[in-house]
Each structure stands twice: as C-alpha cells, then as structure tokens.
Design a protein around this ligand. Structure first.
Ligand SMILES: [Zn+2]
Length: 123
C-alpha cells in the first residue's frame, strides 16, 4: 500500500505533497485543521497506466476544492500541492499556483478565480 503515498522532494520540506490517484480522494480531507471537510476533485488531464494488470488513471492536472472553507489546491504534474496557506502566499509556490489558475481559467469556477482561498487571480 505504501507505494501509493510517495513524498516528493521539492527543495522545501513538504510533507503534504503526494502522488495523486483518483481513489485517493476517498481518503483526502481538507488539511486545514479547523476544516477537515471532504474535498471535490475536477480532473483536467490524465493518462491511463497499467499496474499489475489493472488500468489505473493517473491524474496529471486537476483542481481540488473544499466546499466548506473555499480553499482550492492544484494538482500539477501528478502532484497534489496541499500546503498550508502561509507556504502558498509568495515565492515559487505562489508563482506556480498562479500559473496553474491561468492555465485552466476557462474550466475553473469564477468563484475560485475571483475569491478563492488563500488567493485568487484577483488578489
Ligand atoms: Zn477546507
């Protein structure tokens, strides 16, 4: 089971970055401690991979949203970036995540693009 949860070294010490499988959504909850809501997943691009004779859908790019606190989290290159707000607000992460919003803005709800938490294209 452990091979499905793989920590990825991103130069900053990040524990909440995991390889994404669609079924993982069943166990994923919002990482914000006073929220912990179930999350919604919208897949933008994916590819099928064969593993032990089984077809597994590997997600490349997707948007994870929390219906309770209004946060959004990107899946970029198969990696779900579920970081605390303070690690997303500036630097490389902010740039990457802003690019993600720009890339998929035609498919992302205006609620997220305009008022997403912790930031949006308008903030
Ligand atoms: Zn939440």
């Amino acid at each position: 089971m452990n091979n499905f949860l793989t920590a990825t070294d991103y130069s900053t010490p990040v524990t909440d970055v995991i390889e994404m499988k669609r079924w993982l959504m069943d166990i994923l909850a919002c990482p914000i401690s006073d929220c912990r809501s179930e999350l919604a997943l919208e897949v933008f691009t994916s590819h099928n991979l064969e593993s032990d004779g089984e077809e597994i859908e590997e997600i490349d790019e997707a948007l994870i949203t929390c219906p309770k606190c209004g946060r959004w989290y990107p899946v970029i290159d198969g990696i779900a970036c579920m970081l605390p707000d303070n690690l997303r607000m500036d630097g490389k992460q902010r740039i990457e995540e802003t690019k993600f919003l720009e890339r998929w803005k035609e498919r992302i709800a205006s609620e997220i693009l305009d008022n997403g938490v912790p930031f949006s294209l308008k903030s």
